[in-house]
Ligand binder design. Structure first.
Ligand code: PBG
Length: 327
């Protein structure tokens, strides 16, 4: 029975009815707010490629995180910007490194805020790669030792969850083993399971000065052309012990989010990355689109595709908009 018996517009006539038949709802509790932390005090350094985002010193990070928490955002994700970088990214697994100290301070001052840490050495290596480099190649198994130490020092500092983003094979199993041996069996792992070699990380790399000094990340991050391979990556990480898996970037990869959601039963996270943020910001600054609407529509779409958790630099804006809509 088609038209005229069936009229799709009937259910769209009024706002109360549209609300009742709405299939997807975005909530501030879905959001994780990524933050950059650097050395120093009273620092709030603008990231030029990401208007509205900053590199925070630990004292200012606490204020910003408290603000986010008050808005109803349950979690933050920390990225460290160290003063010193070397070949092996050793400042990343220093028990007194920038992220380790930031975690301790956050857990001390804002204990109810859930703190996730990014586990990857690229922000700490002089060459900017996510692994140990030898003769121009990125070594896999040698890198696992660094990742183990990094995850362990984060857990010791009080991190509530660790999130490996390096794309080395076997890192989830290695980190799980290290955490369990250290008595951190209750700390979950959110793995960046399907992480694509995307141009959309460019603003992040400016923020963290982590562009690879040579070559690119194509020998470890995924080819944007591949979808079946994402399912293999995700399954492998779940088998190795990942508690939550992530797809990244988000908006250009909604098919991957949706497919992943159908393939595994663990919670799925999606990362609306720096380039996705900056594209919306840039267009809004030109007056070409309304950023409030773009924020809510893109996040809702990511949720509709199947993401349970969304990492977004818009977390505070989104929470404010959602709170205003419900009050
Ligand atoms: C690696 C890492 C990156 C991002 C998150 N973790 C950068 C990269 O892979 O080059 C990108 C996040 C973003 O673009 O917002 N530590």
């Amino acid at each position: 029975m088609g038209f005229p018996h069936q009229r799709m517009r009937r259910l769209r006539e009024s706002e109360p009815l549209r609300r009742m038949v709405r299939e997807t709802a975005l909530a501030s509790s879905d959001l994780i707010y990524p933050l950059f932390v650097k050395e120093g005090t009273d620092q709030r350094e603008a990231i030029l490629s990401m208007p509205g985002q900053f590199r925070w010193s630990i004292d200012r990070l606490i204020t910003e995180a408290t603000d986010a928490h008050r808005l109803g955002i349950p979690a933050v994700m920390l990225f460290g910007i160290p003063d010193h970088k070397d070949e092996r990214g050793s400042s990343g697994y220093d028990p007194n490194g920038i992220v380790q100290r930031a975690v301790r301070a956050l857990k001390d001052r804002v204990p109810d805020l859930f703190v996730v840490t990014d586990v990857c050495i690229d922000e700490y290596t002089s060459h900017g790669h996510c692994g140990i480099v030898q003769d121009g190649r990125i070594l896999n198994d040698e890198t696992l030792d660094c990742l183990r130490l990094m995850a362990k020092t984060h857990a010791e500092a009080g991190a509530d969850m660790v999130a490996p983003s390096d794309m080395m094979d076997g890192r989830v199993a290695a980190i799980r083993d290290e955490l369990d041996q250290g008595g951190f069996e209750r700390v979950p792992i959110m793995s960046y399971a399907a992480k694509y070699a995307s141009c959309l990380y460019a603003p992040f790399r400016e923020a963290a000065s982590s562009s690879p000094a040579f070559g690119d990340r194509c020998s470890y991050q995924m080819d944007p052309a591949n979808a079946r391979e994402a399912v293999r990556e995700v399954r492998a990480d779940v088998e190795e012990g990942a508690d939550v898996i992530m797809v990244k970037p988000a908006l250009p990869y909604l098919d991957i989010i949706s497919r992943t959601r159908a393939e595994v039963d663990v919670p799925v996270a999606a990362f609306q990355v720096s380039g996705e943020y900056s594209m919306i910001k840039a267009a809004a600054q030109q007056g070409w689109l309304d950023d409030s609407k773009a924020i809510l529509e893109t996040l809702l779409s990511i949720k509709r595709a199947g993401a349970d958790l969304i990492l977004t630099y818009f977390a505070k804006d989104a929470a404010r908009l959602l709170n205003a809509a419900t009050s």
